[in-house]
Design a protein around this ligand. Structure first.
Ligand code: NAD
Length: 256
């Protein structure tokens, strides 16, 4: 005879902030968290595209005062913060020869300092939480040596190193810090890159052919990983980087 065990929703009672919740991976994370019983507030430059059911605070993660205001407003609306998902990020192409200092500082300001500002603003609330977790969005670029992605790789490598450092600093406070390293995810961002090609359909086919699985990673697959790491189910996991890349990193595939 088989018995079934009913589990409560994994994120029941969890109050989460998701940066970049208006598009792509962030929007998928918002939807997945709501479905698992969480309260969610998106922190993004825009409210347009934030899934229904979530709260929305408009702030640019490069603006420290705006971030603090948005985090405080989210905490007031939800009665606290248990989880921060630092997902907002921007891309950059080229070798070290291709980007000037201004471009380096612009991207690092969003991808690295954005994580610092939002986490710093939420830290007091996380310390007060019973199940505090920070999940950062790194990338396969953090550890794979992608060609023509010097600045982007450096920014995401910094996010992964920061994940480890923050995990060590806050482990005794009960705050877990992890990151997810997605491969090529089918989001508006990748859509924009494909649209810029001479033949977007051919470029998409070539991109899919370079994936070990033969297809791009879905935003939902990344969102499920974030939900697990954010949930009390992952109570013994901190400092970890979880690849959600269709095997690209572990199978040593180097996309051109
Ligand atoms: P996207 O462009 O579809 O969405 C990014 C969201 O972040 C947007 O809603 C945007 O408004 C917001 N955002 C950007 N800069 C911001 C800022 N300064 N302040 C506040 N909000 C800001 O991108 P996506 O593909 O969903 O990527 C999300 C994250 O996942 C990024 O950190 C990216 O580096 C990472 N990632 C993406 C892929 C991929 O293939 N798409 C792969 C690995 C990692």
């Amino acid at each position: 005879m088989t018995t079934t065990t009913a589990h409560p929703p994994e994120l029941a009672g969890v109050r989460a902030i998701v940066t970049g919740g208006a598009s792509g991976i962030g929007a998928a994370v918002v939807t997945a968290m709501l479905a698992r019983g969480a309260q969610v507030v998106s922190l993004d430059r825009t409210t347009e595209g934030v899934p229904a059911g979530a709260g929305s605070e408009v702030a640019d993660v490069t603006d420290d005062a705006a971030v603090r205001r948005a985090v405080d407003a989210a905490a007031a609306a939800m009665g606290g913060i248990d989880v921060v998902v630092n997902n907002a990020g921007i891309g950059a192409q080229g070798t070290v020869a291709d980007n000037d200092d201004a471009e380096w500082l612009r991207v690092l300001d969003v991808n690295v300092l954005g994580v610092v500002r939002v986490t710093r603003a939420a830290l007091g609330h996380l310390r007060a939480s019973e199940h505090a977790a920070v999940v950062n969005m790194a990338s396969i670029a953090s550890w794979s040596g992608l060609p023509s992605r010097a600045l982007y790789s450096a920014s995401k490598g910094a996010v992964q190193a920061l994940t480890l450092a923050m995990a060590a600093d806050h482990v005794r406070e009960g705050i877990r810090v992890t990151c997810v390293n997605p491969g090529t995810v089918d989001t508006p961002w990748v859509g924009r890159l494909l649209d810029a090609a001479d033949d977007p359909a051919a470029e998409r086919a070539a991109l899919e052919a370079r994936q070990p699985t033969g297809r791009l990673v879905s935003p939902e697959a990344v969102a499920h990983a974030v939900c697990y790491l954010a949930s009390p189910l992952a109570t013994a996991t901190t400092g970890t980087a979880l690849a959600v890349d269709g095997g690209m990193h572990e199978l040593r595939v180097r996309p051109a």
